[in-house]
Design a protein around this ligand. Structure first.
Ligand SMILES: [Zn+2]
Length: 154
């Protein structure tokens, strides 16, 4: 399942990327372009904007959507999980910032590019070409797991 998230749902977009979903999030986009992307790429719209949902395309079922009820990102993630029956299992495969798929890189290739401590203690490194950013299991991954644990518990 692929998504497009509206301007109010930046955090949720990041969380869903952690759960391996393909989520488009564009900061500065008007309703028409937003809906066009959703239609062309068969994406489910995630939105807090009830005004947009009053449009014909939603009423007649041309576009799939989920109206997000809560303000808190963690509750939003929980709602997506239960309302759309999608699996929420964290894994670092997508860049949390830009949605690109991360590339595996060899440990020797990141020497000097990540903090020395990280280089010494981590084995797996991933790279986003688009953002020129490295990811590794450790700090990033623990934070992610934490969030998904909270979704299950609360
Ligand atoms: Zn990126």
């Amino acid at each position: 399942m692929k998504f497009i998230a509206d301007i109010m749902l930046g955090k949720l977009a990041g969380y869903l990327r952690m759960a391996v979903y393909d989520v488009i999030y564009i900061n500065d986009i008007d309703d028409n372009r937003f809906m066009k992307i959703a239609r062309n790429e068969n994406r489910t719209e995630l939105t807090r904007d009830s005004l947009m949902l009053a449009r014909r395309e939603f009423k007649n079922g041309t576009l799939k959507f989920l109206y997000i009820k809560d303000d808190k990102p963690i509750n939003q993630l929980r709602q997506v999980g239960s309302d759309l029956a999608v699996t929420l299992k964290p894994n670092l495969t997508r860049c949390l910032k830009c949605n690109s798929l991360l590339l595996k890189v060899k440990k020797e290739d990141v020497r000097g590019k990540v903090p020395q401590f990280v280089y010494e203690t981590s084995q797996t490194f991933l790279f986003c070409k688009n953002c020129d950013k490295y990811y590794w299991r450790g700090t990033h991954y623990n934070k992610i797991e934490n969030i998904f644990q909270r979704v299950k518990k609360e």
